[in-house]
Design a protein around this ligand. Sequence first.
Ligand code: SF4
Length: 370
Amino acid sequence: MSFKDIIKQYEDFNIKDHFSKVTLEDVDKSLKKDKLSENDLLNLLSPVAAERIEEMAQLSHKKTVQYFGRTISLYIPLYISNYCSNGCTYCGFHAESKMKRSKLSLAEIEEQAIIISKTGIKHILFLTGESEKATPISYLVEVVKLLKKYFPSISIEIFPMSVEDYSTLKEAGVDGLTVYQEVYDREIYKVVHPYGRKRDYDFRIETPERGAEAGFRLVNIGALFGLGDIASEAFYTAIHAKYLDDKYPNTEIAVSLPRINSAENEFEQEYRLDDQTFVQYLTAFRLFLPRVGINISTRENAEFRDNVLPLGVTRYSAGSKTEVGGYGEQDDDNVPQFDISDTRSVDETVKMIEEKGFQVVKKDWELINE
Ligand code: SF4
């Protein structure tokens, strides 16, 4: 069964009604298990589980060390274009925005790559707005070939593609795909994606699978917390990751928990994920998904990132800029996609991670043989 069909089965599921029946005893039983079911996941996401947050944090830390050691992998994002044909209501890059658009030439990308490579990080994530016209696959292939000279590991966060096109990019040197569903609630999805290719919920929800089918070694999914009911979105993100992890054992699945930044397109937020609930969900994810990577980006502030580091995180972005070609000198009108909260340099981030007793991994992948 496809994940699209699985999620349809939950159409009449009311998570609040379900939570109203969860007791502390249920939570304790779930915490004693080594392998958690979907029902256990719901127990740990329920408001009553907040009373066990200390215990969840300890178990989550233990499980993470068991599966990943005391390591944090670093990656660095590079925005290469902000042209976009979608109308996401929560993003300043949407197609009707009057902002200045730009797309880096190959020479400009090489300048950025040289600056970034000096940090020692060997995993780059390059991003575009979603415009097949401005950033066609022919351009993306050339970008990958160029970045390959500097980075053994290249991930993409671009418009969703077919398996064939992902295979072309894999052939060129891409090994990781990041694609967020943004919001799993179909009705909200329609409202916040009023036009553009992204409006197609089903095409998007099957994108991680097309990436895994194409053979990427890493597929990173997530919901943008703040668009829909936070507990439901956490639940669907976790079962989506479990589905992918079970179906594609040769693909490393990872989840992100981005929280919408209030500065983004002046979006009015109805739902908010507070810090304590974030920690509860993060640790619930780890206990339900022991093998799955968990990624915390610089959307979160430095203090919060420092605090959650030992609780289940395996991957951090560092020294990030979210303007197109954001490394090096900048024009004042170069607008970021969202504001960075943790503005520390790569060296400062590395220092913090090491002070917490974790080992920094700047390179975790190199393809030796085809
Ligand atoms: S979130 Fe992505 S697809 Fe949506 S408007 Fe922004 S850049 Fe475009």
